[in-house]
Design a protein around this ligand. Structure first.
Ligand SMILES: *Cc1c(COP(=O)(O)O)cnc(C)c1O
Length: 428
C-alpha cells in the first residue's frame, strides 16, 4: 500500500510506516465523516512540492520578499480559477483553514465588541460562530439563533433554521454582522432569506460555506456568492481540495479582507497549499465534478432513506445536502452517540457522534451521529452502496457488544472498500 513519494522517506521509516498505515486505513475502511474527502493525487503532489520552501508575505505583485515571480503566478492562477468557479469579484486564497477565514472575515468587517448573530453551536453552528471555548466569543458579542421545534405534523417540517427567530433577534439586537452556515445541518441554506433580514437591520451578511462549498461549485446547492457580502469556506470538505480556507467578496471589500488575512491574522502564506487549491479549483470546474456534486446529494438522500427504514430518525426530517444527522434514540433508547461511534469504529466504519437538538446527553456523549457521503462518492460509490452501508451500520450497532460479529462486519466493509478504492493509482 505505497503512497506517492514514499521513496523520499526511506531515511525516516517511522513516519513512512505511519503514513502507509493511514493510507491503508483510508482505503480499507468506510470514510463517512461529513467534513472529509479524498483529494486527487495531483492535489497531493502540489501539496508536497518545493513551494513549501518559499516565503511570500504579501500578495501577488506586492511581496515583502524577493524571488516571488513564479509564486505570484501560482497565487494569481488560484485566485482567477476561484473567481471563475464561483463567479466572484474578489478571492483571497491565503487562509490556512476555515477557522482562519472566518476570523479574517470578522476582522475585516467588525470592531472588537461588535455584535454577531450566528447559529447556535448545539444546533449545528461552528466553534467560530461564538463558542465560549473559541477566541471569537472573547472578541465579539454573539447572539445565537437555532432551529424550529421538532414537528409531529407530517405537513410541517421541524428542526429547520428558524428564520422568524433570526429576524426577531436581528431587530432586537441590531447585530453588525449576520452569519449563515453550519457544521451539522442537513438542509439547504438559502442566502436570500438572510439577505433581506440583514438589509432590514443594516447588517453585513457573511455566508460560511465550509461544508457545502463543493456542492455550490458543482451546482447542487444554491450559491450565496453575489448575495452575501462575504463568503468563507474550507477547501478540503465537499470541495475536495487540500486542507485550507478561502474568502470571496465584492471588490468594495477586497482591501479590507486582504489586509485582515495578512498582516492582520497570518504571516507567510502556504504557497504549496495555494498551488494545491488551484489544482482543486480547476478539477471542480468540470462537468465531472458537477455530476460528482449531484451524486453526493443523491447518495446522502439514499443513505438517509435506508436508515429511516431501519428505525433511525433523521434530524430536520431528511437531507438536501451531503450529510445525514441521525437521532439514535428512536432506534435504541440506550444507545449513545459515543457508543455508536466506537462500535462503528470496530466495524471499520468511521463517522462522528453529534449532539441532536435539545440533546438530553452531554456534548461528549450525545444522542446523535453525523454521516457524510462526500468521500465515498469520490471513491465511486452510488445509491446501491448507500443501502449496503445503511445495513452495515445497523448491524454493527445491533451487535455492538459482540466483538466477533463486529470483526466479521469489518471484513465485509473491507471487501466493499476494495471494490471502491479511492487511490487505485497507488497499486495494491
Ligand atoms: C469545518 C468548518 C469550519 C472550520 O474549518 P477548519 O478548516 O477546520 O478550521 C468553519 N465553519 C464551519 C461551518 C465548518 O463546518
Amino acid at each position: 500500500m505505497a503512497f506517492d513519494g514514499e521513496q523520499w522517506l526511506s531515511k525516516d521509516p517511522e513516519i513512512a510506516r505511519l503514513i502507509n498505515q493511514e493510507t491503508k486505513r483510508q482505503r480499507t475502511t468506510l470514510q463517512l465523516i461529513a467534513s472529509e474527502n479524498f483529494t486527487s493525487p495531483a492535489v497531493m503532489a502540489a501539496t508536497g512540492s518545493t513551494l513549501t520552501n518559499k516565503y511570500s508575505e504579501g500578495y501577488p505583485g506586492r511581496r515583502y520578499y524577493g524571488g516571488n515571480q513564479i509564486i505570484d503566478e501560482v497565487e494569481d492562477l488560484a485566485r482567477e480559477r476561484l473567481k471563475a468557479l464561483f463567479g466572484a469579484e474578489h478571492a483571497n486564497v491565503q487562509p490556512h483553514s476555515g477557522a482562519n477565514a472566518n476570523l479574517a472575515a470578522y476582522m475585516a468587517l467588525l470592531d472588537p465588541g461588535d455584535t454577531i448573530l450566528a447559529m447556535r453551536l448545539d444546533q449545528g453552528g461552528h466553534l467560530t460562530h461564538g463558542s465560549p471555548a473559541s477566541l471569537t466569543s472573547k472578541i465579539y458579542h454573539f447572539v445565537s439563533y437555532g432551529l424550529t421545534p421538532r414537528s409531529n405534523d407530517a405537513d410541517i417540517l421541524g428542526e429547520v433554521i428558524d428564520l422568524d427567530q433570526v429576524r426577531d433577534l436581528a431587530l432586537a439586537e441590531r447585530p453588525k454582522l449576520i452569519v449563515a452556515g453550519a457544521t451539522a445541518y442537513a438542509r439547504t441554506i438559502d442566502a436570500r432569506d438572510y439577505r433581506s433580514i440583514a438589509d432590514e437591520v443594516g447588517a453585513y451578511f457573511m455566508f460560511d460555506a465550509a461544508h457545502p462549498a463543493g456542492l455550490i461549485a458543482g451546482g447542487a446547492h444554491p450559491s450565496p456568492v453575489g448575495i452575501a457580502d462575504v463568503v468563507t469556506f474550507t477547501t478540503h470538505k465537499t470541495l475536495r481540495g487540500p486542507r485550507g480556507g478561502a474568502i470571496l467578496c465584492r471588490e468594495a471589500l477586497a482591501k479590507k479582507v486582504d489586509s485582515a488575512v495578512f498582516p492582520g491574522l497570518q504571516g507567510g502564506p502556504l504557497e504549496h497549499a495555494i498551488a494545491a487549491k488551484a489544482v482543486a479549483f480547476k478539477e471542480a470546474n468540470t462537468p465531472a465534478f458537477e455530476s460528482y456534486a449531484h451524486q453526493v446529494v443523491a447518495n446522502a438522500a439514499a443513505l438517509g432513506h435506508a436508515l429511516t427504514r431501519e428505525g433511525f430518525r433523521l434530524i430536520s426530517g431528511g437531507t438536501d445536502n451531503h450529510l445525514v444527522l441521525l437521532d439514535l434514540t428512536t432506534f435504541d433508547g440506550e444507545l449513545t452517540g459515543k457508543e455508536a461511534q466506537e462500535a462503528m469504529d470496530a466495524a471499520g466504519i468511521t463517522a462522528n457522534r453529534n449532539t441532536i437538538p435539545d440533546d438530553p446527553r452531554s456534548p461528549f456523549i450525545t444522542s446523535g451521529l453525523r454521516l457524510g457521503t462526500a468521500a465515498e462518492t469520490t471513491a465511486g460509490m452510488g445509491c446501491d452502496e448507500m443501502a449496503t452501508i445503511a445495513s452495515l451500520i445497523t448491524r454493527a450497532l445491533r451487535a455492538r457488544h459482540d466483538l466477533s460479529q463486529l470483526a466479521s462486519i469489518r471484513d465485509e466493509v473491507a471487501a466493499l472498500c476494495g471494490r471502491f478504492d479511492p487511490y487505485p493509482e497507488f497499486g495494491a
